[in-house]
Design a protein around this ligand. Sequence first.
Ligand code: HEC
Length: 143
Amino acid sequence: MKFRQIALGVMMAATMGLSSLVSATEFTQDEKLWLGMKIYERAAGRGCGTCHDVKPFPNLTESVKKLSKEEFIKVVKEGRAGTIMTPMAPQIMNIGLVEKACMTEDQALDALHSYLLALANGEIQGGKVKKPKSLKDKMKGCK
Ligand code: HEC
């Protein structure tokens, strides 16, 4: 009995150790841009655009050029004290798609930043990214 308990403990520890070693799903640039667009559209219920597509709030295609990536991500994580810009990372992690794609917070924020930067640089034709076919299988297999 005692041995079985120890064996079980060792097995559990090994499994936990392994699961933290399994690397996160990797995304291609096209997948990132599409996921980033969806995050922009869906964060905080109706998307970042609820505020940021409206004047006088900062247009984020200008912000990505003005701020470094680190500065941009810091604001998204921590918000701007004393303004209605509250920390948005938790809202982003709540998006169903982000969960289904098994994205880490770093990946989600990176995708969002990549999308806005590509948009700002005129790299997205018509401003809309098409959903990459590759994403479906990736999302199925990620859990
Ligand atoms: C409820 C409205 C609201 C929502 C929703 C919102 N923001 Fe903001 N955000 C603001 C306001 C207002 C500011 C300007 C704050 C200030 O005065 O510094 C701001 C500032 C920022 C800045 C700094 C911009 C700059 O040029 O200095 C970034 C980056 C940013 N928001 C990202 C986001 C992202 C990404 C989302 C969606 C995940 C988001 N925000 C959702 C209201 C909002």
